[in-house]
Design a protein. Structure first.
Length: 321
């Protein structure tokens, strides 16, 4: 949900929702319980996520649709005054930062699709239609009920239990997916560590960060994701669409070196440019007004230039010899 409650996390919303039924649960118990639930699903991998989504998505869509119809008859509290509004560039950067990890990790998940068509349809429906519909529904519920608190919205229209179900399933599917994609990425760096161990390690780290109050610095954290993660997309987009996409085929990846200096340099350059244009960091200058896109474009161009220079140098050495 948008607005002042944007920074509320799973444990806080769950505790508030259960409190409506006089069920007292500590924030720590809710945090650990939710983390273990998501970890177990992630340990079983992509197939477990598929089965979870097959049940949870239709249920969430049904409950939210019912909530929309019930909220349509609710009395709105009127328009809220927007305090400290963001610029369009800042707003787009925050939205990109929220989804950039999923977007960058999408190829790791998509390779489990049976065909290219399935991968494209999955990403298209999931990101374009599914995510867009979620945002529109959130805005409608906020406007209809005059509240931007998920718990207050559903309890206010008489669907209290639906709030708990929607919360649990939404966070369950999203965070389990994050753990799966994270484990896939880490398995490339640490190939000798079993994937379930990587999932457990990331779960413990995530719980520790959450318990230490990372949510109080959430906007800065989102900007950090945009600055550090987004530029990596520029590298593989350049490689696939403008250089040699066969280099990303499974057989060639298996024999590729663990570290590719040109890619790392391009990523670092993109991150530096993004940090210089991000309002939460140095804010030295502006390119597109969207720092995440600045980083992607910078790493994209830098990687192409580095690869072309490397090829030219090799050809020059051969000609000299």
């Amino acid at each position: 949900m948008a607005g002042s409650r944007f920074r509320r996390t799973f444990r806080y919303i769950l505790v508030d929702a259960l409190a409506q039924y006089d069920i007292v649960v500590s924030h720590f118990v809710a945090l650990v319980g939710g983390g273990v639930l998501m970890m177990i699903t992630a340990i079983y991998g992509v197939r477990a996520l598929g089965k979870l989504s097959a049940y949870s998505v239709p249920l969430m869509v049904t409950l939210i649709t019912v909530g929309l119809f019930m909220a349509a008859g609710a009395q709105s509290a009127g328009d809220k005054v927007i305090e400290s509004p963001l610029s369009m560039g800042e707003a787009i950067s925050y939205v990109m930062s929220i989804w950039i990890l999923a977007a960058v990790a999408a190829p790791d998940i998509a390779r489990y699709a049976k065909t290219h068509k399935d991968a494209i349809l999955g990403a298209g429906f999931g990101f374009l239609f599914g995510n867009s519909a979620t945002i529109v529904v959130a805005l409608l519920l906020t406007q209809m009920t005059g509240s931007d608190d998920l718990v207050n919205v559903f309890f206010g229209i008489g669907l209290g239990m639906a709030a708990i179900i929607v919360l649990v399933f939404a966070q369950w599917t999203t965070n389990s997916s994050n753990l799966v994609s994270g484990a896939l990425g880490m398995s490339v760096v640490l190939p000798n560590v079993p994937r379930p161990i990587l999932v457990i390690m990331m779960t413990i780290l995530g719980l520790a960060i959450a318990q230490l109050g990372m949510i109080d610095m959430f906007t800065a954290f989102l900007t950090l994701l945009g600055v550090t993660i987004a530029p990596s997309a520029g590298v593989y987009l350049a490689q696939y669409y403008f250089l040699d996409k066969s280099a990303l085929e499974f057989e060639r990846i298996q024999s590729a070196p663990n570290w590719m200096l040109k890619g790392l340099v391009a990523w670092a350059f993109g991150s530096a440019v993004s940090a210089c244009t991000a309002s939460e960091f140095f804010n030295l200058f502006s390119l597109t007004s969207i720092s995440a896109i600045d980083g992607i474009l910078a790493s994209f161009v830098a990687y192409i230039v580095l690869v072309k220079l490397s090829v030219s140098n090799k050809e020059a050495v051969r000609d000299f010899q």
